[in-house]
Design a protein around this ligand. Structure first.
Ligand code: HEM
Length: 117
């Protein structure tokens, strides 16, 4: 796998996630149903970037090894497993947002309302 496209994707994903977490924490921090998955998401993304970096370092360190070595395997597996946790936490945050955040109904402007405004 080429690392440059992966890093580009990582930057995009991290930007979107940090924006989502910041919006959730600034607007709905009093709701623990939204705050908890948002904070967890922030920790998991930080861990994801760290594990990705470690995995990459391990690959470089063991580049000449005749077979995949244990540190390469564990760091890559941890990175991928944590990626799945990031995805699951995003899903929880999306479901909780849909359940707890009211959507403003479209205001229907009738002629009477316009005249009275
Ligand atoms: C939000 C950020 C990131 C996400 C969601 C993410 C996700 C993933 C996923 C799903 C895989 C498995 C891909 C596959 O097996 O085809 C993977 C592999 C990998 N990632 Fe990341 N990643 C992120 C950031 C990073 C960063 C910052 C680095 C390095 C500095 C990195 C380095 C790697 C490496 C070395 C692999 C193993 C590639 C291989 O098996 O050939 N990742 N990542």
């Amino acid at each position: 796998m080429k690392l440059a496209p992966h890093l580009f994707g990582a930057v995009v994903v991290t930007t979107v996630l940090v924006w989502t977490v910041m919006r959730t924490l600034t607007e709905f921090s009093q709701h623990k149903e939204l705050r908890r998955p948002a904070v967890l998401l922030l920790w998991l993304v930080t861990l994801q970037l760290s594990l990705g970096f470690i995995s990459w370092m391990m690959r470089i360190s063991y580049a000449s090894a005749p077979q995949p070595m244990f540190p390469v395997v564990w760091s890559t597996v941890a990175h991928v497993v944590n990626g799945a946790l990031v995805l699951a936490t995003c899903l929880v945050l999306a479901i909780q947002t849909q359940r707890h955040v009211a959507v403003h109904p479209l205001t229907v402007l009738t002629p009477a309302k316009v005249a009275g405004a």
